[in-house]
Write a protein that binds this ligand. Structure first.
Ligand code: AMP
Ligand code: MG
Length: 419
């Protein structure tokens, strides 16, 4: 039996960062950039108004006040998206909207609120002129071209993780597609004579394959692409054939068939078709967990995670080993979940010195985090996983955890716990 760290080291030691591919912008969210991005032009591309108001020369309004407004002649109007040939000179102005290009000659924008426009409208006074009621320093309320990004600037380096703001920045540079590290394709195969797919009628002695779907959903949520291979019975030949259908994928994941039962055939298949790296890990749930590699013609072996069949065990082991593997393949550097130190409110017994990943509900009260078990922790109890928003990590050396003790809790990233 090996430690969680040793096991993770072996899994990560086998997976590599994948190749790059060109993708359209919206498909790249959460992916890692595989090129340096330089600005092909200034952002914003032109000087423009930051307010709705009047474009003036600061010189024209020097000394203006509410009591003694400067009266300027309005020579026209410019809206965002339009370019005019209008010129602003001393004593004249152009009515301008937010985002509109600054007309030639103007160096300052006076917002509507600092003019007598409303009063003029109310009294039907001439709109060919406007009274400016304050003096502003030159450059006020103007966004300079290149203020955000200057032409030629290195905007993002290769390796940058693309969040919504990065996606927006790339769009502002006119990039409709970018090079990113591709998402791994993860093959998912459920094993067991008893498991059925959801679209089959439930027969005596059978259960539905929840694992197929929880694992595929985990792959999606980690950024990978699931390829569901279906269900294989507990038979070495049929299981091998089913797995071979996934050999073009970047990782094979099976659920079930890795414990010590008579029909636990995954290890036999791995031994015959590849190499077993390990098959028991000092953790709970998830002790029977096989990792190895599957041979394929002329190419590097495919990593194979053989997860236990119990629904909570398969999800937790995939969270602990599959998620970092997927993130590494995607070129991400941070492979660990954020964690918090929480006061454990439920007692936990650890009778066989394994690292326990306890399903908990984490909440924050008066500046402190608290964690309580989601209920019975049987590894077949999937509701205990569905209620959890964190996994409390109880060290191998802790025999008995008393309420009030602090523990590290990995946050599962799906926010609030739900009952
Ligand atoms: P195994 O690891 O094959 O011994 O399975 C352990 C337990 O998990 C058994 O009770 C199985 O019926 C159950 N199980 C196995 N595969 C699945 C699956 N795909 N979905 C839900 N439960 C499963
Ligand atoms: Mg089984």
């Amino acid at each position: 039996m090996i430690s969680v760290e040793e096991a993770l080291g072996k899994v990560l030691g086998f997976v590599d960062v994948l190749e790059e591919e060109e993708r359209s912008l919206l498909d790249c969210l959460g992916q890692v950039l595989a090129e340096d991005i330089y600005a092909p032009f200034d952002v914003p591309p032109h000087d423009n108004s930051a307010m709705d108001g009047y474009a003036v020369q600061a010189e024209s309004i020097r000394g203006a006040s509410y009591e003694r407004p400067r009266i300027l002649r309005v020579v026209g109007e410019v809206a965002a998206g339009h370019v005019t040939g209008l010129k602003v000179e001393l004593g004249t102005c152009v009515r301008i909207m937010t985002g509109a290009s600054l007309p030639e000659g103007a160096d300052t924008v006076v917002p509507f609120e600092a003019t007598d426009e409303v009063d003029r409208k109310r009294t039907s006074a001439s709109e060919a002129e406007i009274g400016i009621r304050c003096s502003l320093p030159e450059g006020s309320n103007i966004r300079q071209s290149g203020e955000d990004i200057a032409k030629g600037e290195l905007v993002m380096r290769c390796g940058r993780l693309l969040h919504p703001a990065e996606i927006g920045m790339l769009a502002s540079l006119g990039k409709g597609t970018v090079l990113v590290i591709r998402r791994p394709v993860v093959a998912i195969l459920a094993t067991g004579d008893e498991v059925l797919d959801v679209n089959q009628p439930l027969l005596p002695g059978k259960i539905y394959s929840s694992n197929t779907y929880s694992l595929a959903a985990q792959v999606l949520s980690y950024g990978g692409i699931p390829r569901v291979l279906g269900i294989a019975p507990d038979d070495v030949g049929q299981l091998s054939r089913a797995l071979r259908r996934g050999l073009s994928c970047d990782m094979l994941v099976t659920s079930g068939g890795v414990s010590l039962g008579d029909y636990d055939v995954v290890k036999q298949v791995l031994a015959a078709e590849g190499d077993i790296s390990f098959w028991t890990v000092c953790m709970k749930p998830g002790k029977p967990l096989a990792f190895g590699t599957f041979r394929r013609n002329g190419k590097k072996n495919v990593p194979h995670l053989g997860l236990p069949g119990n629904p909570a065990s398969s999800m937790i082991t995939f969270e602990v080993f599959g998620r970092p593997a997927i993130l590494k393949m995607m070129g991400k550097r941070n492979l660990t979940r954020p964690s918090v130190t929480a006061v454990m409110e439920s007692p936990i017994k650890n009778d066989d010195n394994r690292r326990i990943f306890a399903r908990v509900i984490v909440s924050r009260r008066e500046g402190k985090y608290f964690a309580r078990l989601t209920g019975p922790q049987g590894s077949g109890v999937l509701t205990s996983m569905a209620k959890a928003n964190g996994l409390a990590v109880i060290p191998e050396t802790t025999k008995e955890l008393k309420p009030g003790t602090t523990v590290d809790v990995m946050l599962l990233g799906w926010g609030e716990a739900q009952d």
